[in-house]
Design a protein around this ligand. Structure first.
Ligand SMILES: O=C(O)CCC(=O)C(=O)O
Ligand SMILES: [Fe+2]
Length: 501
């Protein structure tokens, strides 16, 4: 039923990575591990995608080596392929042979950065972007401890390891966390994407090149982790560009163009494969398969991650990192309110001109929002309809992105966790009237009036940009009002997150 799949599983014996074409029903799957392991489904619906998922999500939280074997059942025994081997978290290695294929430059002028990198989405490593600022003097753990040791952290496991489970956070100081990592070098806990506190932001200014005209708020996060910990391959749905700066320790960074999304077998905005568990040799083959960029950041280095690109990071030492998330145009802001999907990831890149902020196809944006806000019997149906629409737009607008079948439609719902998310994310307010072109409803008027009375006032520029008159909400159509309410809710969510940090 699944047909041929282009698989990203790596084989160590014979079949090269890349075009490993298989018919899933011909394979039985066996797993060997020293740890307890649930056998993946092996009926005819068991696909390599499931295998990959088990490998990715469960494999990543296993302790001890895990070897997954796919055995072609209609072939003589002995044609087993070793797919990938998890390295034991205890043996976190610090030797990463980086492809080192991102150019390294001195801090460029703002115009040069925009022209040569930002507008064309070209990754680059900038040395000493913050030269002369207090942060440039903080480089070793001793420096971090002295300046930032008292910062309050929320530590948790990787989002990826918690997929579908509640993320349990613990609170401690940065100094305490460092002590913990010395006592237990294999701790899975780390500080991931926490809003940078004033103690830290006092040490650096937002770079001029991040102040792009016609873009919205700039966010600043920071990260602290023990050697060997990773941020698994993901893309961020906020649709901002990122300048990621290493304060102390070394960090391996991998970047993959959105056009390869299909091959990454995305679950939500994560890649289902636990790249972090691969051996160095397997990692290298994987990176080649994805035409990936890879570099190692040293203290003081900043890497530019273009918006919506897939990225992966790995701490080669105990380290601290901060980012500046910037350059989000109003249309990006609008599209970022929709549930994440790799089709949308690719479509978004086609819909927005980063340089002018203009949309290249307002009708398509309208079509997407109209579909999202329409009435459906259930969130799952809405999700299916959205994915169908996204698929059509993807094929039409993104000819340079991978086409064809890499991922079965049965894949996503196989995850109970995804089901829960679908119920939440695909449940916006439907139209009250026959079509979105009807006038704003009383309820919408109330929500927007609340927003307008809030401090700080919502951005007049944003409304104007999207073609609405802030002083005359009554002129909005129902669809227009729904788009703004989606934005309003997304903003409220970020504010809540910031307050919690
Ligand atoms: O530095 C990291 O560990 C992750 C960075 C990241 O995912 C981001 O800045 O979006
Ligand atoms: Fe990220």
């Amino acid at each position: 039923m699944v047909g041929e799949q282009d698989c990203l599983l790596l084989s160590d014996s014979g079949t090269p990575p890349g075009r490993l074409t298989c018919r899933c029903s011909l394979y039985a799957i066996t797993c060997a591990t020293r740890s307890e392991f649930r056998t993946p489904p092996t009926d005819s619906r068991a696909t390599f995608l499931h295998l990959n998922l088990y490998w990715g999500i469960i494999g990543s939280s296993l302790r001890g080596p895990l070897v997954m074997m796919a055995r072609k059942v209609d072939a003589p025994w002995g044609t087993e392929m070793r797919l990938a081997t998890a390295t034991s978290p205890g043996s976190r290695s610090s030797k990463a042979m980086s492809l080192d294929n991102i150019s390294r430059i001195r801090a460029p002028s703002t115009q040069t950065f925009w022209r040569k990198y930002l507008w064309v989405h070209r990754p680059v490593v900038i040395r000493n972007l913050y030269a002369g600022q207090p942060i440039a003097k903080v480089q070793s753990w001793a420096d971090v401890d002295r300046h930032f040791g008292g910062i309050d952290l929320r530590v948790s496991k990787n989002y990826y390891d918690c997929y579908g489970k509640a993320i349990q956070q613990y609170r401690c100081t940065l100094r305490d966390y460092h002590r913990l990592t010395e006592d237990d070098p294999s701790t899975p806990y780390f500080c991931i994407e926490q809003a940078a506190p004033r103690t830290l932001t006092r040490y650096y200014r937002i770079p001029e090149c991040a102040r792009v005209p016609n873009t919205d708020t700039i966010r600043r996060d920071f990260f602290v982790a023990a050697k060997g910990l990773t941020s698994s391959i993901h893309f961020d749905g906020d649709q901002r560009h990122v300048l990621l700066t290493q304060v102390s320790g070394r960090k391996r960074v991998v970047l993959i163009h959105p056009r390869y999304a299909k091959r990454l077998l995305p679950v939500d905005h994560f890649c289902a494969t636990a790249f972090q568990n691969y051996s160095e040799r397997e990692k290298k083959r994987f990176l080649k398969y994805f035409h990936a960029y890879e570099t190692v950041l040293n203290p003081g280095d900043t890497v530019y991650i273009p918006k919506l690109w897939w990225h992966y990071t790995e701490y080669l030492d105990f380290g601290m990192t901060f980012n500046v998330r910037f350059g989000r145009t109003p249309y990006d802001q609008l599209l970022a309110t929709l549930p994440r999907h790799y089709y949308l990831q690719n479509i978004s890149l086609r819909l927005v001109n980063d340089r002018t902020g203009a949309t290249l196809d307002g009708d398509v944006i309208d079509q997407i929002f109209r579909a999202y806000f329409s009435d459906y019997p259930s969130p799952a149906v809405r999700r299916d309809k959205m994915v169908e629409l996204y698929g059509r737009l993807y094929r039409r607008l993104c000819p340079d992105s991978l086409q064809g079948t890499y991922i079965s439609r049965d894949f996503d719902p196989a995850l109970p966790a995804t089901e829960k998310k679908v119920r939440k994310q695909y449940n916006p307010v439907p139209f009250r009237q026959q079509s979105g072109n009807g006038p704003i409803t009383a309820w919408q008027r109330r929500v927007l009036a609340d927003w307008l009375s809030e401090e700080p006032r919502p951005s007049r520029r944003l409304w104007t940009f999207l073609g609405y008159n802030l002083n005359r909400p009554d002129e909005l159509t129902e669809l227009g009002a729904l788009k703004l309410i989606a934005l309003y809710r997304a903003k409220a969510w970020w504010r809540m997150r910031e307050r919690a940090a």
